[in-house]
Ligand binder design. Structure first.
Ligand SMILES: *Cc1c(COP(=O)(O)O)cnc(C)c1O
Length: 408
């Protein structure tokens, strides 16, 4: 590697799964945009929790409960620091980005009505489309769509035209999971705020590649899924500005989210507990914090620089394959490459790649409007993480060539 400070071989030793074989070949894992792999430092944290201090949190007087509570709240503080949120109580633990967005969409039901407009980008994941459609159905508000160009970049002139004083909410991903495009969220946030609209940024696909500073961005809501940043599945976060989180009603009712309950009247707990009904994924939350610590120890600048090398190299190599079309060639891109070869169905390529030990995703990537835009049934998507190598990219390219040879 040209990047001498980045020791990828040492990093790979942290990931036990990278040693396994698939169909008799060394695993080449390029499905990182769907879920990342887990280093032993994070696996150990989960094992340690269940081996030593598994207990329910917050209400316990006994030692185990206090240890679990301390570890869980320490993880919240780690996540606060990571995003540079003002207060730890602005970090709500959720089950992931989908849950986070539904929580906000549900809350806005009380604040919107007919005539209000919501602005969404054309390149969203279904989880940043469907909850808002459900919200529009309930409130009579309307959903407007910001189109993208042929390179997979948002059309900001159209954005300017669509944005108006009726716009109450704008939501957009920071990085597109289907195309890799990095969106100009600072501009989106500033312009939305100028008309008084709130902004939710879906950071699920950005978080594996770079840090967001929520205060500097001045974003109202930001979401992350732990399983895309080397953490476990079933846990994530919603960052919300205190003012907004206080304005929104609770999402679910139950234990933990109350101050006082009687059959006459129940009062809600303060932040963040108001949005955390029931027993959470305690081990998952603690491991989420450990995963962010792990990535910060490597350094997000290092990670982004190294992944960019992988992206450039893979793009060059893949483009040499005859008939290969890359879908999504934004100027600013994270390490995600969606492609098709001729008229071969992406699934057929993916199935042969798997036989050769190469894991990619095929299909619509939960972004059917993106597929409609490019008039394809789906794509093959190879997405790279900081533990991948150029040698693995060579294996991918060889495997694609082989698949194309067999299928054409
Ligand atoms: C993965 C992803 C989601 C959904 O995350 P879940 O963890 O499945 O809730 C939403 N948006 C983007 C951009 C994603 O990449």
């Amino acid at each position: 590697m040209t990047n001498t400070t980045f020791d990828v071989q040492a990093i790979r030793k942290d990931f036990p799964i990278l040693n396994r074989e698939v169909n008799g070949r060394p695993l080449v894992y390029f499905d990182n945009a769907a879920t990342s792999q887990t280093p032993k430092q994070v696996i150990d944290v989960i094992v340690d929790y269940y081996s030593r201090y598994n207990a329910n949190i917050h209400r316990g007087v006994h030692t185990l409960s206090q240890e679990a509570t301390d570890a869980y709240e320490k993880a919240r503080e780690t996540l606060r620091a990571h995003l540079n949120a003002k207060e730890a109580s602005e970090i709500i633990f959720t089950s992931g980005t989908t849950h986070s967005i539904n929580l906000v969409a549900n809350g806005f039901q009380a604040l919107l009505g007919p005539g209000d407009e919501l602005l969404v980008s054309e390149m969203e994941h279904h989880s940043n489309i469907v909850p808002w459609q459900m919200l529009c159905e309930k409130t009579g508000s309307t959903l407007q769509v910001v189109p993208m160009n042929e390179r997979g970049e948002l059309n900001m002139e159209a954005f300017d035209k669509l944005l108006n004083p009726q716009t109450k909410l704008v939501f957009c991903n920071h990085v597109s999971n289907a195309l890799g495009s990095i969106n100009p969220i600072e501009e989106i946030i500033n312009k939305a705020h100028a008309v008084g609209a709130a902004v939710l940024i879906d950071g699920a696909q950005a978080a594996p590649h770079f840090k967001a500073d929520v205060q500097q961005l001045d974003v109202d809501f930001y979401t992350i899924s732990a399983h895309k940043v080397c953490g476990p599945t079933g846990v994530g976060l919603l960052y919300g500005k205190r003012d907004w989180l206080e304005k929104l009603p609770p999402y679910q009712g139950g234990g933990e989210m109350i101050a006082e309950v009687s059959f006459e009247k129940t009062t809600y707990a303060g932040l963040p507990h108001k949005f955390e009904a029931g027993t959470p994924n305690i081990a998952g939350g603690i491991a989420f914090g450990a995963a962010i610590d792990y990535m910060n120890a490597i350094g997000f600048e290092q990670i982004a620089a190294y992944e960019h090398e992988l992206l450039v190299y893979a793009t060059e190599q893949l483009k040499q394959i005859e008939g290969l079309r890359i879908i999504g060639e934004a100027e600013n891109k994270a390490s995600v490459i969606s492609f098709n070869v001729g008229s071969i169905h992406p699934y057929d390529i993916g199935a042969i790649l798997d036989k050769l030990g190469v894991a990619v995703r095929t299909g619509h990537h939960c972004a059917q409007p993106v597929m409609h835009h490019f008039q394809v049934p789906g794509t093959v998507r190879a997405s790279f993480a900081f533990y991948n190598t150029k040698e693995e990219i060579d294996s991918l390219v060889e495997a694609v060539k082989k698949a194309v040879g067999m299928l054409q």
